[in-house]
Design a binder for this molecule. Structure first.
Ligand code: KE4
Length: 437
C-alpha cells in the first residue's frame, strides 16, 4: 500500500505539531508505522492522501454513528454557517439540542454545553465537589475521562490506592484526592468507601469502559456502584462521552437501568463538531453559574454550527427506526466472526460487543478489568492491526482502544472485513508461533 504522501505529511507536521498530531493516539505510537492523513470520508469509508480507501471502524473515535458526511448533517451545517459562525450570545439551537438530550436521557434534567469530553468531566467533578462539599473522587484503573489534572491519575501502590500523577505537571496534591479502584471489583470499592466515604464527592465511571479495550460490567456491578454511592452520599457520575447515543439511544443508563446523578457526553452529540455536555438532577445543576456559585464558562460553548450538527444527528438517531438494532447486530456479528476467524488459525481472542462498540483482546483468558487487559498480547494485536490496515480496514490503533460501528456499514463491509481477518490472523499465528520458539 502506497503511503508516501502520508509519510511526507507526517514528517512536515512533526516540525510544527508535537508528535505531528493534535491528539496522541493518532500518531500510531503504540502500533508503529505511518499514520494515514485522511483527506475525506463518505459513509463508512475514509480516503487518505495517497488515495487509499478504508472501511472505517474508528469513526472519529465514535461521533460518526451515521457515517461520514451524512447529507442531512452536512446540510444542517451549511444552513447554519451561512448565518455566521459564532456570536457569544444565546441562540435558539442550543435549547433544541439540550431538549433532545433531555428527551433521550431523562436523568439529564438540565444540560450545560461545553466543547469537549474533558471539559464535561472536569466541570462535572467541580460541581460534585461543590454540591457535596467533599474533596475526594473515585475513578477506575484503565478508565479515561479526558486530560484534566484530577483524572490524569493512576493507581498508587497497594490495593486501596491513593492516586499518583499519571503525567508530569499534575501536582501530587491534586492526584492525592483521586482514589483508583479496579473495575468490576466490589471489595475494593467497599474498602475505599469504608476508609474515606465521608470525604468522597463522587465516583466517575465509564459504565462500559472503552479506553482499556472494550470491557463489560459483570452482572450487578453497576447496580452495586449506584447503591454504595447513594449509601455514602457521594454522587454517581456516568461518563457517557463514548457510550452516549452509542450503546443505545439513552446510553448505558438506559441499557442497565441505572439513574446516575450526573452524566457527561460528547462525541455523537456534536455530530463530528466539538461539543461536550454535562447534566443531571436539576437541584445539582442549579449550582452552576450564573444560577449558582459554581463557575464554569466557555467562549464557544453552544456554538451554533456544532449545535446544528449535533441536533440534526440526534434527530436522525431518534427518528430512524431500527438503527440501534442494526448497529448492535452488526457489531456482534463482526466481533463473533473475528473470534471464529482467529480460532480457525489457532489464535485465541476475547471478543466483546455492546451496541455500536466492539473489540477483541489477544488473550486466552477472560478480560474484565485493566490488570487482565494488560496481559493481552500487544505484539499480536499490532500484527493484526497492520495486516488489516494493509487490506483497507481501518481499526483503532491500539489494543487498549475500542472499535465503532455506524449505520452506514452493511453486510458487504462486514464480509469484506472478515475476509481480511482470515489473512490477518494467519499472520498473527505465524507471529505467535515464532515468538513461542
Ligand atoms: P475529549 O476531551 O477527547 O473530547 O474526551 C475525553 C474523553 C472522556 N471520556 C471518555 C469515556 C472518553 O473516551 C474520552 C476520549 N476518548 C478518546 C478515545 N479513547 C478520544 C481519542 C483521543 O484521545 O484522541
Amino acid at each position: 500500500m502506497k503511503v508516501q504522501q502520508s509519510a511526507e505529511a507526517f514528517s512536515e507536521a512533526k516540525q510544527y505539531i508535537p508528535g505531528g498530531v493534535n491528539s496522541p493516539v493518532r500518531s500510531f505510537g503504540s502500533v508503529g508505522g505511518t499514520p494515514r492523513f485522511i483527506e475525506r470520508g463518505q459513509g463508512c469509508r475514509i480516503y487518505d492522501v495517497d488515495g487509499n480507501e478504508y472501511i472505517d471502524y474508528v469513526l472519529s473515535w465514535g461521533p460518526m454513528i451515521l457515517g461520514h458526511a451524512h447529507p442531512k448533517v452536512i446540510a444542517a451545517i451549511h444552513e447554519a454557517v451561512d448565518n455566521g459562525t459564532s456570536f457569544g450570545a444565546p441562540t435558539l439551537v442550543e435549547t433544541v439540542l439540550a431538549k433532545l438530550v433531555n428527551k433521550a436521557i431523562p436523568s439529564m434534567e438540565m444540560v450545560r454545553m461545553v466543547n469537549s469530553g474533558t471539559e464535561a468531566t472536569m466541570s462535572a467533578l467541580r460541581l460534585a465537589r461543590a454540591y457535596t462539599k467533599r474533596n475526594k473522587i473515585v475513578k477506575f484503573a484503565g478508565c479515561y475521562h479526558g486530560h484534566h489534572d484530577s483524572l490524569l491519575v493512576k493507581a498508587g501502590s497497594g490495593a486501596m490506592t491513593y492516586g499518583v500523577p499519571d503525567s508530569p505537571g499534575v501536582p501530587a496534591s491534586i492526584a492525592g484526592n483521586t482514589l483508583t479502584v479496579a473495575f468490576n471489583d466490589k471489595a475494593a470499592m467497599e474498602e475505599v468507601f469504608a476508609k474515606d466515604g465521608g470525604d468522597i464527592a463522587a465516583v466517575i465511571i465509564e459504565a462500559v469502559p472503552g479506553n482499556m479495550g472494550l470491557i463489560l460490567p459483570q452482572e450487578g456491578y453497576l447496580q452495586f456502584v449506584r447503591e454504595i454511592t447513594a449509601r455514602y452520599g457521594a454522587l454517581l457520575i456516568f461518563d457517557e462521552v463514548m457510550t452516549g447515543f452509542r450503546v443505545a439511544l439513552g446510553g448505558c443508563q438506559a441499557v442497565f437501568g441505572i439513574k446516575p446523578d450526573l452524566t457527561c457526553l460528547s462525541k455523537i452529540i456534536g455530530g463530528g463538531l466539538p461539543v461536550g455536555a454535562y447534566g443531571g438532577r436539576r437541584e445539582i445543576m442549579e449550582q452552576i453559574a450564573p444560577l449558582g456559585a459554581v463557575y464554569q464558562a466557555g467562549t464557544l460553548s453552544g456554538n451554533p454550527l456544532a449545535m446544528s450538527a449535533g441536533a440534526k444527528t440526534l434527530q436522525l438517531l431518534i427518528e430512524t427506526k431500527g438503527l440501534y438494532e442494526k448497529v448492535t447486530a452488526m457489531s456482534l456479528k463482526l466481533a463473533t466472526g473475528l473470534q471464529r476467524a482467529a480460532q480457525k488459525q489457532g489464535v485465541i481472542v476475547q471478543a466483546h460487543a455492546i451496541g455500536g462498540m466492539f473489540g477483541i483482546f489477544f488473550n486466552d483468558k477472560a478480560v474484565y478489568d485493566y490488570e487482565t487487559a494488560k496481559t493481552s498480547d500487544v505484539g499480536a494485536f499490532n500484527v493484526y492491526f497492520h495486516a488489516m490496515l494493509e487490506q483497507g480496514i481501518y481499526l483503532s490503533p491500539s489494543q487498549f482502544e475500542t472499535c465503532f460501528m455506524s449505520y452506514a456499514h452493511g453486510e458487504t463491509e462486514i464480509e469484506r472485513t472478515l475476509q481480511a481477518a482470515e489473512v490477518a490472523f494467519a499472520k498473527v499465528a505465524e507471529y505467535q508461533a515464532a515468538k513461542a520458539k
